[in-house]
Structure formats: structure tokens, C-alpha cells
Design a protein around this ligand. Structure first.
Ligand SMILES: Nc1ncnc2c1ncn2[C@@H]1O[C@H](COP(=O)(O)OP(=O)(O)O)[C@@H](O)[C@H]1O
Ligand SMILES: [Mg+2]
Length: 256
């Protein structure tokens, strides 16, 4: 069954067509990869799916609900969470505080209720704290809990970014370049974490330029070029696809 169904998604910026009618499905419990040359529209796709940028036309259906045009908050609360290419969060705060920051609201809970220090609000705070500690433990961040986020290595920041997303209890997690600039050891570790999450029932959609990671983790792999989906299949299939090769070659010629 498809957890995410994107149909006919288009989006232009000042006449530049970043997405030109993208259709794609993300099946439950897969790690689906999105690749494509720079400027292909990958980040715009994530922005439109996660509510950051409204699409011009087309639809996004998540877990059977049409979420097209929903605000990012509402999308998050529905169980679809994204991370960013450049880690967000507050650098001055500790790892634990960064995790707590993103676990303070559950689906259906209003902010005013969360601010009242009623017994149930306090129980809830305790529960969020427990969840933050559990997530830190599973991502091997426990020994860094009291470090400021700014002090983390690039790879550890990526892990924190994943942890932050997990705090929202997502069904689907969108990761924009989760191993870019990360050393090989931590890259493998991040891959193992993602596999484990999927084994436990989660679904992952990720953008990545690091082809080894895509080859090892992702099935299927979707290829975007110039705002269109030009191929989909196993990594071996898309890597052998002439249109895909041409898209990458063409870009390289332009870029150099
Ligand atoms: N907020 C924006 N304003 C103007 N142009 C944008 C914006 N976001 C993306 N674009 C343009 O849309 C195209 C696709 O960009 P993007 O989605 O970032 O591609 P990718 O992530 O595949 O590199 C590019 O030409 C980019 O300059
Ligand atoms: Mg991008």
C-alpha cells in the first residue's frame, strides 16, 4: 500500500519551473531514494510535500488523507516529518533540550493546554522527556545529551536532526541529504539506524547525492531531472537507464 501519493505536482518560482508534474508513490516500510542532478527539484518536492511551499497544482495524499496545502505544523501532526539539508534546531541549546523542543506537542493538543501546568501536562512532560532519552539512546547520542548542539560533529548533527524528527512520532520521515559531509563510519551508522526504523514499521523518503548510500539503502530509487520524474526502479536499474545517464552527463557539462 502507498503511504504517500503525489500526483501532478507543479511549482514555479518567478517563471522557473522547479516541478513540472511529478507523480510518485512511497510504499509503506520502504527506504525510497530520490536522486537527480542539482536543480532537479528534489528539495522543492520535499517542500511541497511537507507544507513549507504550496504547490501550484497537483495533490499530496498521505495515509489516505489529502494534505495538499496544509501548513507544516499540521502535516507534522499528521505523522509526516521532514529534516533539512542544513540542520535546524537551536545551536546554543543542549542535545536533550533540542529533542525536548520538538516533542512538546502531540497531535490534537493545543498550545494553551500544554502551557497549563496541570497534573496531566506534567505527566505529559515526563513522558516527552522519557521519549527524548530513549531516542537519544537508540541513536547513540546519550553521552552527548548535555553538549550544546553547536559542539557536535557534522554527522552527530545529522543524527540529532533524525532524533528531532523522531520526537514527533512520525509514520513517514523525509530526509534531505542525511549523510552529506558525514564520515564513512557515521554514514554506515546512520544507514543502520534507518534500516532499524523501517524494520519497526517506519517509512523513509530520502534525498541523497552519496550514491553508495543510495545503492545500499534505497529501494526503489526515483530519479528527478528538470522537475520531472524520469525513472524509477532498483538502484541498478536506474543507474543503467540511458535517460538517467544523459541527465547527469548533461548537467556535468553545464556545470563545468
Ligand atoms: N524559494 C525559491 N525561490 C526561487 N527559486 C527556487 C526556490 N526554490 C527552488 N528554486 C529553484 O527551483 C529549481 C529546483 O531547485 P531545488 O528544488 O532546490 O533542486 P534540487 O534540490 O534538486 O537541487 C532551481 O532552479 C532553484 O533555483
Ligand atoms: Mg536540494
Amino acid at each position: 500500500m502507498s503511504l504517500l501519493e503525489v500526483r501532478g505536482l507543479t511549482r514555479s518560482f518567478y517563471g522557473v519551473e522547479a516541478l513540472r508534474g511529478v507523480d510518485l508513490d512511497v510504499r509503506e516500510r520502504t527506504i525510497t531514494g530520490v536522486i537527480g542532478p542539482n536543480g532537479a527539484g528534489k528539495t522543492t518536492l520535499f517542500n511541497c510535500v511537507s507544507g513549507l511551499v504550496p504547490p501550484d497544482t497537483g495533490s499530496v495524499v498521505f495515509a489516505g488523507r489529502d494534505i495538499t496545502g496544509w501548513t507544516p505544523d499540521r502535516v507534522t501532526q499528521s505523522g509526516l516529518v521532514r529534516s533539512f539539508q542544513v540542520a535546524r534546531g537551536l545551536p546554543q541549546l543542549s542535545v536533550l533540550e533540542n529533542l525536548l523542543l520538538y516533542g512538546d506537542r502531540q497531535p490534537g493538543e493545543s498550545l494553551s493546554l500544554a502551557l497549563l501546568r496541570t497534573p496531566s501536562a506534567m505527566r505529559r512532560e515526563e513522558e516527552v522527556r522519557r521519549r527524548a532519552l530513549a531516542i537519544a539512546a537508540r541513536l547513540n547520542l546519550t553521552r552527548l545529551l548535555n553538549n550544546a548542539a553547536a559542539e557536535l560533529s557534522g554527522g552527530q548533527k545529522k543524527l540529532l536532526e533524525i532524533g528531532r524528527a523522531l520526537m514527533a512520532n512520525p509514520k513517514l520521515i523525509l530526509l534531505d541529504e542525511p549523510v552529506a559531509g558525514v564520515n564513512p563510519t557515521l554514514t554506515n551508522e546512520i544507514g543502520a539506524h534507518l534500516r532499524r526504523l523501517v524494520a519497526e514499521g517506519m517509512t523513509v523518503l530520502l534525498i541523497e547525492h552519496h550514491m553508495d548510500t543510495i545503492a545500499r539503502l534505497c529501494d526503489p530509487v526515483i530519479v528527478l531531472a528538470e522537475g520531472r520524474r524520469i525513472a524509477e526502479g532498483s538502484f541498478a536499474q536506474v543507474a543503467a537507464d540511458e535517460q538517467v545517464q544523459a541527465a547527469y552527463m548533461g548537467r556535468r557539462r553545464w556545470a563545468s
